[in-house]
Design a binder for this molecule. Structure first.
Ligand SMILES: Cc1ncc(C[n+]2csc(CCOP(=O)(O)OP(=O)(O)O)c2C)c(N)n1
Ligand SMILES: [Mg+2]
Length: 626
């Protein structure tokens, strides 16, 4: 094969357009396109290349660099990590705007390729506009901020260096145990420099994603632990969904009767009405799952990172001799909680374990108890769906109304505030991809940008973005991108005039909702929950704000109006925002659980002293799982 003379940016764009992944014999293109916002740091390099090669790799124009990384992450999650976007930015603020997006992708183990522009490799015109200079280190730029939040980080100092950098990027992006944000910092002069690239580098390349299995000895020991257990339980995490292991999980559960709790990323692993499905587990868990967890003597984690929300800050599992078996493609996670590590693909490992467990079933009474408590839980969901509160309605009723209206294959999207916890408890999942709550980084502002990524990955599904007023204020501009590209979202803007989740948390630590209201300052105060005459509520009108961005807006005041609005929205072909005020103080309860948020050890406030006392008691339930 010969060579082609291309700029470094042209070569990279052509390379990206030709990357494919294959799993289970199905090949698909890895990059659905490149998002970007141009500035002097990329307009003439990557920008020019994207224009010249537009028929190979589509360029999408975002409104905010952080948002476009969220869109790429959400796309990757919906595609079970078998596809994503590249994201190009200028230097300086455009680049660092992506740092939060990178952290989100890496925490959630989602592949995204970030191409921040960088200062001149030649250093001739230094300091260039937006360059941060370091007096002690000539190699530093703001792009070094990406190092701790990237799974692979490189800087391309010479055009031919595109070759090893791009190959390393693909290795990490397609490695199921290693994947996350990959950052290739791209100096603006190098982007435009030419080199004779080998045609072989630019040819179609397929990255094979296998289904590795743990060793037979480890599998045998895991099966023996399950057989010895009296109250085994499974906790399904995001890995169960990414590896498309939900059918395999159901078969194991139906063969053995082991009940299943779900993490935020793992919700949807089981249909909500399966008799062995206990629903959400942990700090935002159901009483069904949390009771099972408390007494479990063996816990099989499937594709979970064991965050504090799942373990209720290590108080969820109280049986003195509780042991863990961790099925995880990442060795790092498989060893958590001193677990027996089954390092492997979730689907292949569950299938192998099902074989090892032939003939084993939990005691009938244990299985029946799970089914009974699970039915009891569903009655609690029904109660909260139909509370008859207000107007304004409760958030639980809004969730219930959207869930009841939506089709099984539709997708709900959320990330931060009080809704993720309420959705974790209350959303009735009927499809493994129907629940998309980003709770690894729980990043306010992810919702709309993420919803766009979901819709781009699954245009055949209706996407319901549930977003709080606080999250909406942080990042709403991708409404514009959704309209520009014709990807319709139904955004349910749940407005409680402030940060209700943190308000409730603030009350629980003795701080009376300090700093969580949208009010004028009055007598030095921005408003407290118990204040008798706080400042007026600020005249914020988010519905009109959404209208100004081009969305069709429907204002709903009651549950009945919300139902009508959802029906009306279904027939609209562009992004719709349904604005619905809810009662900030009518929250969904927590169920027999704990979350460790340290309370001030000394204070002149009586409410804080009282909260600290309760906190010290609750914390005693924390266990090390050794
Ligand atoms: C970017 C970011 N900043 C801060 C937080 C901390 N935080 C979590 S929820 C929340 C308030 C969210 O307000 P809203 O979207 O209105 O939801 P609500 O709590 O009212 O349900 C804050 C500040 C966060 N998760 N993400
Ligand atoms: Mg709010």
């Amino acid at each position: 094969m010969g060579t082609v003379r291309l700029t470094a940016a042209q070569a990279l764009v052509r390379f990206l357009a030709n990357q494919y992944v294959e799993r289970d014999g199905v090949e698909q293109r890895f990059f659905a396109g490149c998002f970007g916002i141009f500035g002097h740091g990329n307009v003439a390099g990557v920008g020019q290349a994207l224009q010249q090669h537009a028929d190979e790799l589509t360029y999408y124009q975002a409104c905010n660099e952080q948002a476009m990384v969220h869109t790429a992450s959400a796309y990757a999650r919906t595609k079970n990590r078998l596809g994503t976007f590249a994201c190009t930015t200028s230097i300086g603020p455009g680049a660092t705007n992506m740092v939060t997006g990178a952290a989100l992708a890496t925490i959630n183990r989602l592949p995204v390729l970030l191409l921040p522009g960088d200062v001149f490799a030649s250093r001739v015109p230094d300091p260039v506009l937006q360059q941060l200079e370091a007096s002690h280190d000539g190699t530093l730029s703001v792009n070094d901020c990406f190092r701790p939040v990237s799974r692979y980080w490189d800087r391309i100092y010479r055009p031919e260096q595109v070759i090893p950098a791009a190959l390393s990027a693909m290795r990490v992006l397609t490695n199921q145990a290693e994947t996350g944000a990959v950052t290739l910092a791209f100096p603006q002069d190098v982007q435009a420099e030419a080199y004779d690239f080998p045609e072989e580098f630019l040819a179609r390349r397929v990255w094979r994603i296998g289904r590795p299995l743990p060793g037979t000895e480890a599998l045998g020991r895991a099966a023996a632990l399950v057989r010895e257990a009296r109250r085994p339980m499974i906790v399904a995490g995001g890995g169960a969904i990414y590896s498309e292991a939900t059918e395999a999980l159901r078969r194991l559960v139906e063969q053995t009767g082991i009940p299943v709790g779900e993490t935020q990323a793992g919700k949807g692993s089981m249909p909500y009405d399966h008799p062995s499905a206990l629903g959400a587990v942990g700090a935002t868990g159901t009483f069904a799952a949390n009771r099972a967890a408390r007494e479990a003597d063996l816990v099989v984690g499937v594709g979970t990172r064991w965050t504090d929300f799942t373990t209720a800050s290590k108080t969820a599992f109280q049986s003195p001799g509780v042991r863990f078996v961790n099925i995880n493609v990442a060795d790092f996670d498989a060893h958590k909680h001193a677990g027996l590590a089954l390092v492997g693909d979730a689907r292949a490992t569950l299938e192998a374990l099902t074989g090892e467990l032939a003939g084993y079933e939990v005691e009938p009474e244990y299985g029946e108890q799970a089914a009974r408590v699970s039915r009891e839980w569903d009655r609690e969901v029904e109660r909260l769906y139909t509370l008859g509160h207000g107007p304004p309605p409760s958030q639980g009723e809004v969730i219930g109304t959207v869930n009841t209206f939506s089709e099984p294959r539709d997708v709900v999207v959320c990330a931060a505030g009080s809704m993720p916890g309420d959705l974790h408890k209350l959303w009735r999942t009927r499809d493994p991809k129907g629940y998309h709550v980003e709770y690894g980084y729980s990043c306010m502002g992810y919702e709309i940008a993420g919803g766009l990524g979901v819709k781009m990955a699954a245009p055949e599904r209706e996407v319901y973005v549930m977003v709080g007023d606080g999250s909406y204020l942080m990042m709403n501009a991708e409404i514009i991108t959704s309209i520009q590209e014709g990807y319709k979202l139904t955004i349910v803007l749940v407005d409680n005039s402030g940060f209700s989740s943190i308000g409730a948390l603030s009350r629980s630590v003795g701080s009376d909702g300090f700093g969580t209201h949208y009010r004028y300052r009055k007598n030095g105060s921005l408003g407290l929950d118990s204040e008798e005459a706080p400042g007026e509520v600020l005249p914020v009108d988010l519905a009109t704000n959404a209208e100004s961005l081009g969305a069709r807006v429907i204002r709903a005041r009651t549950v009945a109006e919300l139902k009508d609005a959802l029906a009306e929205a279904k027939d609209v072909d562009r992004t719709v925002v349904i604005h619905v005020p809810v009662d900030r103080y009518e929250g969904v309860p927590t169920y027999e659980t704990f979350w460790d948020v340290p309370v001030a050890e000394v204070s002149e406030m009586d409410s804080v002293v009282a909260a600290r006392k309760g906190y010290a008691e609750d914390r005693r339930a924390e266990r090390p799982y050794l």
